[in-house]
Ligand binder design. Structure first.
Ligand code: NA7
Length: 542
């Protein structure tokens, strides 16, 4: 039974599981663990559940996967009972959902909030993990599940004078819990990724003046968000299982409801293509990127799609110079495409300015604002929408030591190496959920999370049946997995720009295309084969 009222476990009475993180991955892992009578404690650095949706409270924060898809499928009553209000759910509603799940499945008593996992050490003599928290608590467990999220370590660039600013300063990924009042304020925002693109229209509507500092323009597609269509909801709920199954056959684990089009851009003449792009633009959302079968793989096809978006920008933003500055020139989809409400339109407001820092990087932050290209910009409030040390940042902040005292930081010094994105050689009984080497951020995260956790729990069942003490990925299987992943990525257009998928947004970070890019269905097939064939690529020990 779980040690609910005890601050620590012991070497002689270890927990089955330490789970790090109480976002969607950690909550589901905990639910599955408790359901199979495994003792588990979740360590969560935040004050409550929700992970990404706990931290990213900036105005306009919203999921770019539709509500009926971005939700758990593991419990039929849950998916029937829960009601979403919008086509794309906003952060507060997703956080309510996470809280509802935590309460519904009585998970909270097993979660230690405000508790940072500080170090995790594999004790070879007893095959246990010892986890120490920043508060000084110590836990012993047979297994660890790292449900630490992919975008959970904020990237705050080391701008000269970064802490000198005397006004209010916030990072979008660590937003205050209290409402931030922009009324009458001069606001500066650095970055034009998804967080910025979602928040800019809302901030602009209430602040005195907004200056956007853009290094790289992004492609953004309108969400056409609005109240969810109840007939659509009922139609899905009548056959939710089938709907989930169809989505699992999609490359990214979602989007099965969208009109299908398996043809090449080159199958249609210009007017036919434009009609097709326009139809997808009107549908809105991430599906635009797959308007045709080859826009993600063929550079020329991609450029045609990209030019369609640029023309939309030119047709929306009235100042031609601003419009051109907003036009991206990298491959469409190379950086994650954004989904917005009135983003480009916002640049037609008199109180919004765009400043390119591409050729003239921010020189320094000053007490009053910042300097770029020799000009001082003054603000009352400065927002760092500068993204995350994605996929590896949070794991590497924890002092994780595997066999022989090797640290994860040493192991991954040249970039992350995993087997199936689930396991790391030299780190027995240690699993990552949606880690590098898995489809994770290129898929619907909740779908991926459920698949990973199910696979891990099946593995634990197998180990219990076989009475084995440890499971560990082999070095060969891990390096082969990384090589195979790199080979697939090299055949795509993904490595052609400086994206966070590649680690290129964090100075000094090794450049490896981190997510598995072969698609969710093929990934699942590989994982299922590994399971069916008795776990090749892993060694078990007693
Ligand atoms: P992103 O997408 O990583 O965006 C961060 C933005 O910050 C991006 O425009 C960066 O420009 C910019 N940035 C980062 N460092 C600097 C410096 N030093 N100077 C100027 N500009 C900088 O993070 P988000 O939070 O918006 O979104 C993350 C994900 O959340 C998103 O992909 C969705 O999946 C949801 P760059 O492009 O690197 O030139």
């Amino acid at each position: 039974m779980p040690l609910l009222n005890h601050p620590t476990s012991s070497e002689t009475n270890p927990l089955d599981l330490i789970i790090v993180g109480a976002g969607f991955a950690g909550l589901y892992a905990l639910q599955r663990a408790l359901n199979s009578n495994r003792s588990a404690v979740v360590l969560e650095r935040g004050g409550d559940v929700g992970g990404t949706w706990y931290w990213n409270r900036y105005p306009g924060a919203r999921c770019d996967v539709q509500s009926m898809e971005y939700s758990y499928s593991f419990d039929e009553a849950l998916q029937q009972n829960w009601s979403w209000t919008e086509r794309y759910a906003a952060q507060p509603e997703i956080l309510d959902y996470a809280n509802h799940v935590a309460d519904r499945f009585a998970l909270r008593p097993h979660i230690r909030f405000d508790t940072l996992a500080d170090s995790m050490t594999f004790l070879e003599d007893c095959s246990l993990w010892r986890t120490k928290t920043a508060k000084g608590d110590v836990f012993y467990s047979r297994f660890c599940i790292m449900a630490t999220g992919c975008l959970s370590s904020t990237n705050l660039p080391d701008f000269e004078g970064r802490d000198d600013f005397k006004g209010e300063a916030y990072h979008t990924g660590n937003w205050p819990h209290e409402p931030v009042d922009f009324t009458g304020k001069r606001v500066g925002i650095i970055g034009t990724g998804s967080s910025s693109i979602q928040s800019i229209p809302i901030i602009a509507a209430s602040c005195a003046h907004l200056t956007v500092f853009q290094r790289t323009p992004n492609y953004s597609i309108p969400a056409h968000n609005g109240p969810i269509d109840e007939d659509y909801v009922q139609a899905i709920k009548q056959q939710y299982g089938d709907f989930r199954a169809l989505n699992q056959q999609m490359f990214a684990g979602f989007g099965a409801h969208q009109s299908r089009w398996d043809a090449s851009v080159f199958d249609l003449d210009e007017s036919g293509r434009t009609q097709r792009f326009e139809a997808r633009w009107q549908e809105g959302g991430l599906g635009f990127s797959s308007s045709f079968s080859d826009t993600g793989s063929n550079l020329e096809a991609n450029q045609i799609a990209a030019e369609f978006v640029r023309n939309k920008i030119r047709g929306t933003v009235t100042d031609p110079e601003t419009a051109e500055q907003l036009c991206p020139d990298q491959v469409l989809g190379c950086k994650r495409v954004c989904v917005d409400t009135d983003y480009y339109e916002t640049y037609n407001r008199a109180n919004v300015d765009l400043v390119s820092v591409k050729d003239h990087p921010i020189e320094r932050i000053t007490p009053k604002g910042l300097i770029t290209n020799g000009t001082q910009y003054d603000f009352d409030l400065l927002i760092f929408a500068t993204g995350f040390d994605a996929m590896t940042g949070t794991l590497l902040k924890i002092d994780i030591q595997g066999r022989g005292g090797i640290t994860l930081a040493e192991k991954w010094s040249a970039g992350p190496v995993t087997y199936l994105g689930l396991a790391i050689d030299g780190f027995p009984n240690f699993f990552t959920v949606s880690g590098p080497g898995s489809p994770s951020v290129l898929s619907n995260m909740i779908v991926t999370i459920e698949q990973h956790v199910n696979w891990i729990m099946d593995c634990l069942d197998t180990m219990q049946a076989r009475q084995t003490a440890t499971i560990e990925a082999t070095e060969t299987a891990s390096s082969d997995w990384v090589k195979a992943g790199n080979a697939i990525a090299a055949g795509t257009l993904f490595p052609t720009c400086n994206s966070w998928y590649l680690g290129a947004n964090v100075p000094g970070k090794p450049r490896i295309f981190m997510p598995y890019v072969g698609g969710f269905p093929s990934y699942v097939e590989i994982c299922e084969n590994v399971k069916r064939e008795g776990y090749p690529g892993f060694v078990f020990s007693n």
